[in-house]
Design a protein around this ligand. Structure first.
Ligand code: ACO
Length: 323
């Protein structure tokens, strides 16, 4: 059978770093509160002229370099984003052009913070079905553009950035010892759409809108649903929590990550953490964490990784892969 294996990773973070203290004279908040409640210490914000596609192109280029491939060796580009440059065309086609790729196809996926997990599952399905040999999967976001800067419950949480993974088809046994994506688990439940949404859009207000969140309710769903989806994905892959070398969680809140690891009975030294330095970069957070950990040489061939995320929708899911 065919499997989608990881051939390379890359990321890009905008130059501007904003520490928690930056918010202190603008809002009734403190570095201490933000650190204690979220684990976030700083985040990156894109420059005024930088768009989501610019971040995606830089991350995509880094992943191609890491993979030792050129853009024309790709069959497809998938970008997970909720903050596109324009309503259309897709960010993915802009990235395709920016990379100088003149063949194949490109499209966006929107599942908010779960977007990268959805995009990986999509690329995996295409590769296994023989529709593509190599797919560049990117998570790229400029959430700073949809913040309400007067809402202390949301604007301190998010950051901008992009991460990318090159997936490539490989022949495999069909066993849990194979390299590559072993299983995926996707879920959504639209009855919770009001817990986390943006209050603008093309067909409603004609504006981009601002992010609105009932944080404490999302928190409760996250703790319960993330461990469940990770367990389901492991089960489908013929593995258990004891086989996991690295949990690569969506980096929304350290307390959610700790609670999920505890429910999976994983020690925190098996968890990739970037939330302190990146904040919540939505669909970019998992590929950013993966690329940072890979660049640090922490992920070794043959190791089992579980990536999981939840976001607006609610939409959530997990991917199990062997490096
Ligand atoms: N500084 C100081 N106080 C604050 C701040 C702040 N930045 N933000 C909120 N507070 C206050 C609230 O107003 C509230 O005050 P009150 O009791 O006087 O009303 C108090 O802190 C407690 O508020 P809670 O919302 O209950 O605080 P909680 O401990 O739940 O932390 C947080 C809030 C960090 C938002 C948390 O709920 C969270 O991380 N939620 C999940 C976020 C998430 O994972 N989202 C999913 C992905 S995002 C996506 O898909 C786009």
């Amino acid at each position: 059978m065919r499997r989608a294996i990881v051939r390379g990773t890359g990321h890009y973070l905008p130059e501007r770093v904003v520490e928690n203290s930056w918010f202190e004279d603008k809002l009734d908040t403190s570095d201490e509160w933000i650190r204690a409640r979220t684990g976030i210490e700083r985040r990156h914000f894109a420059a005024e002229e930088q768009r989501t596609s610019d971040l995606g192109i830089l991350a995509g280029r880094a992943a191609l370099e890491n993979a030792g491939l050129s853009a024309d060796q790709l069959d497809a580009v998938i970008v997970a984003t909720s903050t596109p440059d324009l309503t259309f065309p897709s960010v993915a086609t802009m990235v395709q052009a920016g990379l100088g790729m003149r063949r194949g196809f490109a499209y966006d996926i929107q599942a908010v913070c779960a977007g990268f997990v959805y995009a990986l599952a999509n690329a995996d399905a295409m590769i296994r079905a023989g529709l593509a040999e190599r797919v560049l999967v990117i998570g790229a976001e400029t959430f700073s553009r949809i913040m309400d800067w007067t809402d202390r419950g949301t604007c301190v949480l998010f950051g901008d950035g992009a991460g990318a993974v090159v997936l490539e088809a490989a022949e495999a046994e069909g066993a849990s010892s194979d390299r590559g994506i072993l299983a995926t688990d996707l879920n959504s439940d639209g009855q919770y759409r009001d817990l986390l949404y943006v209050d603008g859009g093309v067909a409603s207000t004609g504006t981009a809108g601002h992010l609105r969140m009932q944080g404490n309710l999302v928190f409760r769903h996250a703790v319960e649903k993330l461990a469940d989806t990770a367990h389901h994905a492991l089960d489908k892959g013929g593995l258990g929590p004891e086989d996991v070398d690295w949990l690569v969680p969506h980096q929304a809140n350290l307390r959610i990550i700790e609670a999920t690891a505890k429910r999976m009975q994983l020690p925190m030294d098996k968890v990739v953490l970037t939330v302190a330095d990146h904040g919540n970069t939505s669909a970019a957070s998992i590929p950013l964490a993966l690329s940072v950990a890979n660049a640090q040489g922490r992920i070794k061939p043959g190791q089992v990784l579980v990536a999981e995320a939840i976001g607006g929708g609610l939409a959530w899911g997990a991917v199990v892969l062997r490096w």
